[in-house]
Write a new protein. Sequence first.
Length: 252
Amino acid sequence: MTTPEPIVSVRGLRKRFGDNEVLKGIDLDVRPGEVVVVMGPSGSGKTTLIRCLNLLEEPDTGTVSMCGNQVDCGGRGRSRAAQVREIRRRSAMVFQQFNLFPHLTALQNVMEGPISVRGLRRTEADGLGRRLLALVGLDEKCDCYPATLSGGQKQRVAIARALAMEPQVILFDEPTSALDPELHAEVLQVIRDLAGNGMTMVIVTHETAFARDVADRVVFMDGGNVIEEAPPQRFFTAPAHPRVQAFLRLVG
Ligand code: ADP
């Protein structure tokens, strides 16, 4: 069987903030249907990497390709704006802090992108929003405002909102780290279900049990570099790099 072409491919990504070089030349491929979990110590560049994948953060150099749209970072090609737009349109991001619109209900939050970006009619977006809120177990919360929802419910609305854009890739930036521990499971279960349905995902997380369970591959970052990349069975039982061994001893 031939390996499918990557849906996301980055080469030589570098990013600095002032004197701080945060990404030091990252190469990464993600294949259709693959779940890649990014782990590593705090400050190692995980969030910056995931934000660079959909160009929310502009890398200084390197290339980002998604679904056949390639952007040479640091350059000014004529077709560049269109490529960036395509990459953003084909990917969705779920943030630590949910980033819901506080003045819109759960349903309106989910409908917003399909109407304003995808051009759906209000009735179509309403139907889609209700279906997706049901999918994440929130059919009874359509008319609730974010302030009245628990953190786990807010994050599930954020996931429904991401799905409403019909993305080919979903990027998760520590989706449970702002939640109380007892609310982690409900969010992780929704992500597990998406993995079971073949959604391509890149997930930054510290949840080792979840990573073992859901990842096809774990990528470990340290000091702006990917220092280990392995299927979870190997990553968690026989990591090659001493830094990964030390990290895993620490997080248990
Ligand atoms: P991680 O997700 O692994 O904790 P981050 O990608 O958030 O790491 O951060 C890596 C480094 O980049 C940190 O030193 C952080 O302070 C710095 N950094 C991240 N974003 C910015 C920014 N917008 N401006 C300045 N420094 C930043």
